[in-house]
Design a protein around this ligand. Structure first.
Ligand code: SAM
Length: 233
C-alpha cells in the first residue's frame, strides 16, 4: 500500500467528516439514542474529553486555546465555560456549522471563534494550549508528529492530544487488513505503539524543548484512545 501524503490524507479525512459520516457523527455527538456499540464509543469519548479537560486549570480566563479538529465542538464549549478564548477549527465546514449552532448562548467570560480549515494554518496565531482530541488518529504517526511540531511553534505551554494505541497483535491484524475491510469508506484509524510515538516525538528537531508529561488510556467497548500531554521543558 502506498503511503498518502499529508495533503492527500487530509483531503480524505475532510470528505469523510464533511460528507460520508457527517450524519452519524452529528448523532454520535448528540444526546439522541444510539445502538449498543456506538453507546460504548460515546461513553469512551465522554471519558476522554473529561480526562483532557481535567488536565487543564479550572480557571481558563486569559488562556488562548486551540481546539484542533473540534468536530461538533463539545470540548471547545467546556473550555469556554471556564473562561478560555477558544479557536475551534475543523476541516469539515458542516461540522463547524453544527458546532456553532450547538454552542450555548451564554459562555460567561469565555468565547469561541469557529473556523473551517487546517489546524496548521499560521493565520490562527499563537496559543497557550492546544487540544486535539482524536483528530490526529487518522494520520500516519510521522505525519501526526510533524503536525505537532508545527503546532509547537505557536504554542506557549502545552499540547494535549490523543493517539490510537497499538500493540503487536493489533498491528498484525491491521496489516492483514482484517480490522479495516476493503470497501469501508472510513479513513482507517492508524494505530501506533506508545513507544514508537515517543521515539518519533523525541527525534523531532522542532520538538526540542518539549517533553511528554501526563498520559492516560481510555478503553470503553469499541473505543480505545490514549491521551498524551506535551509540555515545554
Ligand atoms: C474523530 S473526529 C474528533 C472531533 C472532536 N475533536 C471530538 O473529539 O469530538 C476528528 C476531527 O478532526 C478533524 N481534523 C483532522 N485533521 C484535521 C486538520 N488537519 N485540521 C483540522 N481538523 C482536522 C476532522 O475533520 C474531524 O472532525
Amino acid at each position: 500500500m502506498t503511503q498518502l501524503s499529508y495533503q492527500e490524507r487530509r483531503g480524505q479525512i475532510e470528505t469523510y467528516f464533511d460528507r460520508t459520516a457527517v450524519q452519524a457523527w452529528a448523532r454520535l455527538t448528540s444526546d439522541a439514542p444510539v445502538g449498543r456499540i456506538r453507546a460504548t464509543v460515546r461513553a469512551g469519548r465522554d471519558r476522554m474529553r473529561a480526562t483532557l479537560l481535567s488536565w487543564l486549570p479550572d480557571d481558563l480566563r486569559g488562556t488562548r486555546l486551540l481546539d484542533a479538529g473540534c468536530g461538533t465542538g463539545a470540548l471547545a464549549v467546556e473550555a469556554a465555560k471556564r473562561g478560555a478564548q477558544v479557536v475551534a477549527i475543523d476541516l469539515s465546514p458542516t461540522l463547524v456549522n453544527l458546532a456553532r449552532e450547538r454552542q450555548p448562548s451564554d459562555l460567561g467570560a469565555g468565547r469561541i471563534d469557529f473556523c473551517a480549515g487546517d489546524m496548521l494554518d499560521p493565520a490562527l496565531g499563537e496559543f497557550d494550549v492546544v487540544v486535539g482530541m482524536d483528530s490526529l488518529i487518522h494520520y500516519q504517526a510521522p505525519d501526526a508528529v510533524r503536525v505537532l511540531a508545527g503546532l509547537a511553534q505557536r504554542t506557549r505551554q502545552a499540547m494535549l492530544f490523543t493517539f490510537a494505541p497499538s500493540n503487536p497483535a493489533l498491528a498484525t491484524m491491521h496489516m492483514a487488513g482484517k480490522l479495516f475491510p476493503r470497501g469501508n469508506r472510513a479513513p482507517a484509524i492508524v494505530p501506533v505503539a506508545e513507544k514508537n510515538l515517543r521515539r518519533l516525538l523525541a527525534a523531532e528537531p522542532q520538538l526540542r524543548g518539549w517533553h511528554p508529561a501526563r498520559t492516560q488510556r481510555v478503553a470503553s467497548g469499541f473505543y480505545t484512545s490514549h491521551a498524551l500531554e506535551m509540555v515545554r521543558t
